[in-house]
Design a protein around this ligand. Structure first.
Ligand code: RTP
Ligand code: MG
Length: 162
């Protein structure tokens, strides 16, 4: 009886259930293994690097984009000279889209994948290790929290996130 009383008398004692913690902004990013990575059977090795860097996989699947969907996904680059090539390339084979979670996810993930052009990517980054060229550069990483949310929702419903 006495210990129960002590608990009840604690100043911050509350019978309310603990509040659900709201998700911290910026703790998720979106990625996609590109056709060169999947065709070369590099998916497992790249996913291993991602997990070892502390990212948790929230959603993942293997699929292929039609050129219409690839065009929509990269719509932001519509006016760029490489848009046509990019869309053709991204619809040329299997991709593995994923939603990832970690503190400072967007920035840390961009560091892990390295520069767009593998020749300029830091040694040890995913692109330095696996990318073949600036087009076939193994992996995509969102460039902002807002785009991470848009891109994740392009591929996954709420029921596909764990
Ligand atoms: P991503 O979106 O795929 O993660 O790549 P990124 O942010 O590093 O580069 P971004 O500027 O968003 O470009 C998207 C993809 O377009 C191809 N690209 N080609 N020929 C070129 O100058 C050129 N620039 C970009 C790359 O495949 C790049 O990943
Ligand atoms: Mg980009």
């Amino acid at each position: 009886m006495f210990p129960v009383l002590l608990i009840l008398l604690r100043p911050n004692y509350s019978t309310k259930k603990p509040q659900k913690t709201t998700k911290m902004a910026g703790n998720r990013t979106f990625t996609m293994l590109k056709p060169d990575a999947t065709i070369a059977n590099n998916s497992g090795a790249i996913i291993k690097m991602i997990e070892e860097a502390g990212f948790r996989i929230i959603a993942m699947k293997k699929t292929r984009l039609s050129s219409e969907l690839a065009g929509k996904f990269y719509e932001i680059h519509k006016e760029r000279s490489f848009y046509g090539e990019l869309v053709n390339y991204m619809s040329s084979g299997a991709i593995v889209p994923m939603i990832l979670e970690k503190a400072n996810a967007v920035e840390d993930f961009r560091k892990l994948i390295g520069a767009t052009d593998p020749k300029k990517a830091e040694p040890g980054t995913i692109r330095a290790l696996f990318a073949k060229s600036i087009d076939a550069n193994a992996i995509h990483g969102s460039d902002s929290d807002a785009n991470a949310e848009i891109e994740g929702s392009f591929f996954f419903s709420q029921f596909e996130r764990f």
